[in-house]
Design a protein around this ligand. Structure first.
Ligand code: MG
Length: 289
């Protein structure tokens, strides 16, 4: 199933997309996305019952929000998880390529969460190097700690699309850490829906791409993840409890702005589109903060 969080003049809440009718959805009364995820099979059954009962509504008549508009905690993120992206960054710094032996983790603040078609506010006083990063997002379904590799995918509720918008100058100005430059308000567009795990035959065979003003900037495939989804979950859950509704951004392929020659960044008026085939597409306009 494919789940959205919507708002309209009339109401707001959780919706399930109508299979085969991509422009229609049915509201799931009395449940929000986090509640649905926490309920597990029972939640999916309630959504299915709602889908059968109707009524169908038009997606065009509502605003889509991030699937989980208010996260319980920061978005977990992977750095350097595609070899070609590691190479482009190392090349830029004149360094030898050294692929990570263990996943590189960082987080984005909950206040970065933004809608799939919402504006991204950029403040030139804060950053003039705002960059794009298309990523496959993983939504955790069930609580787990020290999760073994062979059980890791059982903890996945579903998948979404994430743009890990990054202020490069803010990253480098603060000791080359990731957190601050990745955590500006609105810097994590997400959605447009969460696709449940059962609908994604192979999460390690998904083409993903990013366009800016219609021009292709990134093109990759999740088959090239250095640490695949079970490896990410196994490492992340080592001594750290994963909770239902946690979001993991699995890393970005090559083609980001800072590694281009000359470097390219996002400016007010630009439209950035991030797509993971079979999951969905984000389209966000850059506006002055
Ligand atoms: Mg990233």
């Amino acid at each position: 199933m494919r789940f959205i969080t919507y708002s309209s003049d009339l109401d707001s809440g959780l919706g399930v997309l109508v299979p085969g009718e991509p422009d229609l959805f049915v509201p799931v009364p009395g449940l929000a996305m986090l509640g649905l995820i926490r309920l597990g099979e029972e939640g999916l059954k309630r959504a299915h019952d709602a889908l059968m009962a109707g009524p169908k509504r038009s997606l065009a008549a509502v605003t889509l929000l991030a699937p989980i508009p208010e996260l319980r905690r920061n978005v977990f993120c992977l750095g350097w998880n595609y070899a070609e992206h590691s190479k482009e960054a190392a090349h830029l710094r004149g360094q030898e390529v050294k692929l990570p032996e263990r996943p590189v983790f960082f987080t984005k603040a909950t206040t970065t969460v933004n809608g799939p078609y919402s504006d991204i506010p950029v403040d030139a006083r804060v950053s003039e190097q705002n960059d794009w990063e298309v990523e496959l997002g993983v939504i955790i379904g069930t609580v787990g700690k020290n999760i073994p590799r062979e059980r890791a995918l059982e903890h996945v509720f579903g998948y979404t699309v994430i743009n890990d918008v990054s202020a490069r100058d803010v990253q480098t100005a603060h000791g080359k850490q990731f957190f601050k430059g990745k955590s500006l308000d609105g810097y994590c567009p997400m959605g447009p829906c969460i696709v449940t795990r059962d609908e994604v035959l192979d999460p390690h065979a998904l083409p993903l791409r990013c366009r800016v003003n219609g021009e292709l900037k990134q093109e990759g495939n999740t088959k090239d993840l250095i640490f695949d989804i079970p490896a990410i979950i196994t490492w992340l859950s080592l001594g750290l409890t994963l909770l239902p509704g946690d979001v993991i951004a699995t890393g970005t392929p090559s083609g980001v702005g800072f590694a281009r020659n000359p470097p390219e960044y996002l400016w007010p008026g630009d439209v950035v589109e991030c797509e993971v085939e079979g999951i969905g597409l984000l389209r966000n306009r850059i506006v002055p903060a």
